[in-house]
Design a protein around this ligand. Structure first.
Ligand SMILES: NC(=O)c1ccc[n+]([C@@H]2O[C@H](COP(=O)([O-])OP(=O)(O)OC[C@H]3O[C@@H](n4cnc5c(N)ncnc54)[C@H](OP(=O)(O)O)[C@@H]3O)[C@@H](O)[C@H]2O)c1
Length: 341
């Protein structure tokens, strides 16, 4: 297990002032909480949107100690907003910012361009440290958002700033999306036999701790850090079995051929010339096919296979604990536009 915990508490260098991006997202929110709990001071750049759910996120952020909000759009930082961000010196930028849709245009505008502009601004303002939340799937890139993330990862590595690039495996929300289907008595959908892929899911809280540790743990400086949660890798079939067990229902599976996604994507792409929303659907189906066929584990180039052993584990929260909490609290995975089922 990769020991990414800081060597001593409180963190080396004491509390820091951190510019946090993506604080209204799943991991960004958990990271704001983790930074606040460690007495770091946080300036969060957030959008002001009227949607009640977004307002609830803003309220939750505002209630945290040492967290202040500045409103603005990361893709078009106005100079007045940029100035307000660094009214006091910023020690580090921590970015959980990402395209909400994964569509090519959006991904290049946010995962690449907004980050690239921000990095230029960091150099200008002499901000010394940049922690980036990326994704393990960029190691075998096929999709636009993966290429956009990789392009920025390269810029960050070459920037001369102290960096940590964190590449997590799957989030709990991404492997909990079928809970409502199962509650309704429907079968768990598997791609192929349900053993084509595997991942080591990591909780929001554990990942947020890992990101926070990057601020002050020297072994995490200037490194690209793949990270999964504790315990062995799980296939989708094992995830389904665990979920049925927690729900107290007998397992019931239905197999879907992953190739179906690609056929549907080609169909949507062809029709997309006449019905533009279908173009977006096509990219979404290509993303779904990727996750149905590629494991979220480190890829061993030499042997041409994914390796559970070389995927570092971190944290304490297990997926089964998460399923148990969801079932107990009648919760659902909050997948928004990523929902597939
Ligand atoms: N899901 C997985 O299993 C998984 C696994 C590994 C890695 N990842 C990666 O982890 C990252 C974060 O995931 P997540 O689930 O936490 O993301 P998320 O919930 O979709 O949050 C995205 C954040 O980015 C913000 N944002 C987007 N466009 C913005 C803009 N123009 N200006 C300001 N803020 C903007 C959003 O703000 P608003 O609230 O205003 O929209 C939100 O705070 C992504 O890069 C993803 O690829 C995901």
């Amino acid at each position: 297990m990769f020991d990414a915990s800081p060597p001593s508490l409180p963190p080396l260098g004491g509390s820091k002032r951190v510019l946090l991006l993506g604080a209204t997202g799943t991991i960004g929110m958990a990271t704001a909480e983790a930074l606040s709990a460690k007495s770091h001071s946080v300036v969060a750049l957030v959008r002001d949107k009227a949607a009640p759910e977004h307002q609830a996120h803003l309220k939750r952020l505002s209630s945290l100690a040492n967290v202040s909000l500045i409103f603005g759009d990361a893709t078009s930082l106005q100079s007045e907003v940029a100035e307000r961000l660094c009214q006091a010196p910023i020690d580090a930028v921590l970015s959980c910012l990402s395209s909400r849709t994964g569509e090519p245009k959006d991904a290049w505008a946010i995962d690449y361009q907004a980050h690239s502009d921000l990095l230029r601004w960091c150099k200008y303002k002499r901000i010394e440290q940049f922690i980036l939340l990326s994704a393990i799937c960029v190691q075998r890139p096929r999709l636009a958002f993966q290429h956009a993330k990789l392009a920025f990862e390269r810029e960050l590595r070459d920037s001369g700033l102290r960096y940590s690039i964190v590449r997590p495996t799957a989030y709990f929300k991404s492997v909990s999306g079928q809970i409502d289907r199962l509650r309704k008595g429907k079968p768990f959908l598997l791609f192929g036999n349900g053993e084509l892929t595997a991942c080591k899911p990591i909780s929001d809280r554990d990942l947020a701790t890992f990101l926070t540790n990057c601020l002050s743990n020297p072994i995490m400086f200037n490194r690209t850090l793949p990270v999964g949660g504790p315990g062995p890798a799980m296939t989708p079939k094992q995830q389904g079995e665990a979920l049925f067990q927690v729900l107290g229902k007998p397992p019931k599976f239905k197999s879907v051929p992953p190739g179906l996604f690609l056929r549907m994507a080609s169909f949507c792409k062809a029709l997309g010339t006449f019905v533009p929303p279908l173009k977006k659907r096509a990219e979404f189906l290509r993303i779904a096919h990727y996750y149905a066929t590629e494991s979220m584990l480190c890829y061993d180039q030499e042997h041409g296979e994914y390796s559970e052993e070389s995927t570092p584990s971190f944290g304490q929260d297990t997926l089964v604990d998460h399923y148990t909490d969801l079932v107990r609290n009648r919760g659902s995975a909050d997948l928004k536009e990523h929902a597939m089922f």
